[in-house]
Design a binder for this molecule. Structure first.
Ligand code: UGA
Length: 434
């Protein structure tokens, strides 16, 4: 099948490459010439395990092409996927300028039989608006559009794409279903359903999935904070509730709040959609508020325990919003850094891949260390913000000698509090009984 993927950001590049890898002829299109030149030479603009090799292999095999030209790619396409960014506007709504620019550009080039598919996360109603716009601009009444939301997680995107829990497509015309099913068939096993529905339901599915997951996180964070106050342990509580299959264990790890480019943006966008429809999305607003507050939880614990922080040194492990990515958008680490800097703290940080991105954002306000142990030199405490696997089993004896005070504030509950106490550490987790 001939596929054009418009937008070579995270979603577009992963999706386009995976479709090429399953034998399709894929052209990834972007208006950013530098990016396209880089991609042609195997330079991948994002960090995603396994992606670089896959891009290079499929490009060499002649199945994956990169271009800035709509004229060369769009007229031949069986499917055009739009995967451009939909950043958050000041009022919390999704900014669709990029999307409409693409729609206007492809309209005069669109072949009769092509399906135009929105991959980007867009407000409910956008696909239908696109259908109306393409109908108007082409003067044809046979336009086929589809909403095909993605459920990839950064850091595990290829695995998620190739083994999806489900594929969701919203269509305006049943003929589109067959082609999209064929495209996804290589990735679907019997237990992984291909779900077709209306355009609005598919758009809504994407938001509801992310908002449900964000709700689980804010809920467990609130419960962990309560555990802290009543001498209960959130890990025990998690076990106690998780065996109830209606509740389960997943996405109920307390921490320093969710970040990234998706949950914060999508929760706010759905609040906005609700408001536009004269509905007050009270649960979602609380999810958002609880999350903002949770990003300050580590700072509050540090302040409460250490008092005046002026001139103190704090080591900080992990900057990305989660492990296996260099993405620092809405990262809790940035909130903690800002608060500690205000207090006059010297901060020594380490992250396996995100340090360059942080340097670009805040410059040399903190000290960047090559190794996570280097951050501990002369530090009054260690704060852990991201649960990179290299932080899970450190050499505690070595750490004891490096740290000035044996104090650890762990925003991801990586260690056993009892063992930490036995080793002589003052150990503060999120909702853990010491
Ligand atoms: C999320 C969804 O999981 C994907 O299904 C979706 O496709 C994607 O958004 C998107 O809309 O594009 P992602 O943002 O990559 O994926 O990251 P997640 O792994 O979902 O983690 C999000 C945040 O939640 C992280 O900050 C993580 O630390 C936090 N989290 C996650 C917790 O605090 N506790 C948990 O139990 C799980």
């Amino acid at each position: 099948m001939k596929i054009v993927m418009i937008g070579t950001g995270y979603v577009g590049l992963v999706t386009g490459t995976c479709f090429a890898n399953s034998g399709n002829d894929v052209t990834c299109l972007d208006i950013d010439e530098k990016k396209i030149e880089g991609l042609k030479n195997g330079k991948i603009p994002i960090y995603e395990p396994g992606l670089t090799e896959m891009v290079i292999r499929n490009h060499k095999a002649g199945r994956l092409h990169f271009t800035t030209s709509y004229e060369e790619s769009v007229p031949d396409a069986d499917c055009i996927f739009i995967a451009v960014g939909t950043p958050q506007s000041d009022d919390g709504s999704a900014n669709l300028k990029g999307l409409w620019a693409v729609v206007d550009t492809i309209a005069p080039l669109l072949a009769d039989d092509t399906i135009t598919i929105i991959k980007s996360t867009v407000p409910v109603g956008t696909n239908r608006k696109m259908l109306d716009r393409l109908t108007e601009l082409t003067g044809r009444d046979n336009i086929k559009v589809a909403s095909n939301p993605e459920f990839l997680k950064e850091g595990a995107a290829i695995e998620d794409f190739t083994k999806p829990d489900r594929v969701v497509v919203g269509v305006n015309d049943d003929r589109a279903i067959k082609r999209l099913h064929e495209l996804y068939k290589p990735f679907l096993r019997t237990e992984q359903p291909f779900l077709s529905m209306g355009l609005e339901s598919a758009e809504m599915t994407k938001y509801v999935a992310n908002c449900m997951l964000a709700t689980k996180i804010s809920f467990i964070n609130e419960m962990a904070n309560l555990c802290d106050l009543v001498n209960a342990d959130i890990n025990d509580v998690r076990r106690g509730i998780g065996h109830d299959q209606r509740i389960g264990f997943q996405f109920l790890f307390p921490g320093v709040g969710y970040g990234g480019s998706c949950f914060p943006k999508d929760v706010r966008a759905l609040i906005h959609v609700a408001a536009e429809n004269n509905m007050n999305a009270e649960i979602l607003k609380s999810v958002d508020d609880v999350n903002d507050a949770q990003k300050e939880v580590l700072y509050s614990k540090i302040k409460k325990t250490m008092g005046d922080l002026k001139g103190k040194t704090i080591a900080l492990w992990g900057l990305s919003f989660k492990p296996r990515t260099d993405d620092i958008r809405e990262a809790p680490s940035l909130v903690l850094i800002e608060q500690l800097l205000k207090e006059g703290v010297n901060i020594r940080v380490h992250d396996p891949v995100a340090m360059e991105n942080v340097r670009e954002e805040i410059g040399d306000k903190v000290e960047y260390c090559e190794h996570h142990y280097d951050t501990l030199e002369g530090a009054d405490a260690l704060a852990i913000v991201t649960e990179w696997s290299e932080f899970r089993n450190p050499d505690f004896d070595y750490m004891k000698h490096k740290l000035k005070q044996m104090t650890i504030f762990d925003g991801r509950n990586l260690y056993d509090p009892k063992k930490m106490t036995e080793m002589g550490f003052a150990y503060y987790g999120i909702g853990l009984k010491g």
